[in-house]
Design a protein around this ligand. Sequence first.
Ligand code: NOJ
Length: 535
Amino acid sequence: MNNQNWVWWKHGVFYHIYPQSYCDSNSDGIGDINGIIRKLDYLSELGITAIWLSPIYESPMHDCGYDVSDYKKIDPVFGPLDDFKCLLKQAHERRIRVVMDLVMNHTSHFHSWFVESRSSRDNPKRDWYIWKEGLNGRKPNNWRSAYGKRAWEYDELTGQYYLHTFFTEMPDLNWRNKDMRKAFFSEVRFWLDLGVDGFRLDVINLIVKDKKFRNNPLYFGIPWIQKHLYTRNRPKSLKITWQLRKLLDEYDDRMSVGEIYALPPGNPATVADYLGSGDNSIHLAFDFSLIFQPWSAKRYHNCLKKWYSHIPENGWACNVLSNHDLSRSISRFGRSRHHLEKSKVLAVLLLTIKGTPFIYYGEEIGMTNGRLKKNQIVDPLGKRFWPFFKGRDRARTPMQWSPAINAGFSIHTPWLPVNEDYLELNVKVESRNPDSILNLYRSLIFLRNDEVILQSGDWVPVINGEKGILAYSRVLGKEQILVLLNFRNRTMKIPVPFPVNGYVLISTHRWGGSRLKPVEDIIFPYEATVLRMNT
Ligand code: NOJ
């Protein structure tokens, strides 16, 4: 591919930063923008094309920043706007793009729009949020919030209910209101004008609700297990993504990636709907199917096949193994003796399959879930559902930079405790170890950045998970790269249905440049090998 055909959000590698937990530059125990700036060289040496930052807007932090009180301001905990401008400049100098999070479904209840909206029934901004009369002294309908309770909150001042799909402190915006849309898009322009390269769109499929406020159907007659027919995936939300696309297209080379909130998670058909025809809607959309697979080569194969089959002709896939809401990828399979081996298999998978890879911070060093005590929990979901669900903090613990105090994240006690394994799992120690996960990630990212075939070649299944082996080729013209992944702790003959005539590019078990013997060769337990095939 010549440079002209290289599209950063298709062919590059994304890295998701949870700003509170990345690097604390002002020693208050919370990560900040200057901390991220300090780590740009690390990201550049890792070969990262773009960073996505979870929200850094002004926020009372009820939901760790997903409750925005002013879209044009940076929260002081992360630093002033000038720091953000500096981040943009320094990132761009290193050819790293910066993608912000955009929370469109709701604001904080402290946002001035909501303060005005709730002040009286005839306030000009009343209709910017979703207000409704009660029904015979009860809530307007049966809608439930995604976080457990009823989705309506009574407001005594004006005697009406407002809708909140998540926490009570996060009222839903009314995307059917033209003035609100205009105001919101003008906030988006503010960041685009500043040079932001794109947005990750929070729960983009939830932003529009049924106009008639019909009750959601219940599963088994149980009120809290409802089918979100009238609260999710409304056709109008697609129209809004088209409008957003038009706005982004007014600028040079910007992008969007949507979070599609689906239950059960992993719904490639719905996710693909948001890609539109591939060039009229959002650029990328997350399908969480891979995240929710058990450790099974067959299941991974089926899931990839299904995902790719839904991508529109002009559309583009993206892939992710974990994020700030879910378990660390490697902890999903238990803390077995083999969790490091498994994380290497996953690394090779993520960086050799088709679609833009998104790496969650710390994944590249094999970070595991934190083990928090009740009094250490910050996430309101963890507080609400303890001990049945301990919340999302476990995947948000401080980045492990070194074996120094607090893993080199801060000299102050961090806002969440550092994981116990930081003495072995950290950037400094792993950098020196040629066999570390970090060095594997580095090599894989550089390979992907070098090999057009890995960026845009077709994905052709070779072994569909039989006997725990997943093998696929990436094919572009006459070129072929073969990937062999052994999901089991067992040595086996390689059951590839054709002679493996090629040499190793990257492997967890073999030297680079070595060749496999076509007939009698074996695959080692948890081996992950990438080979260039001779053509
Ligand atoms: C999805 C975000 O990823 C999550 O962290 C947040 O709580 C909800 N959206 C509400 O914004």
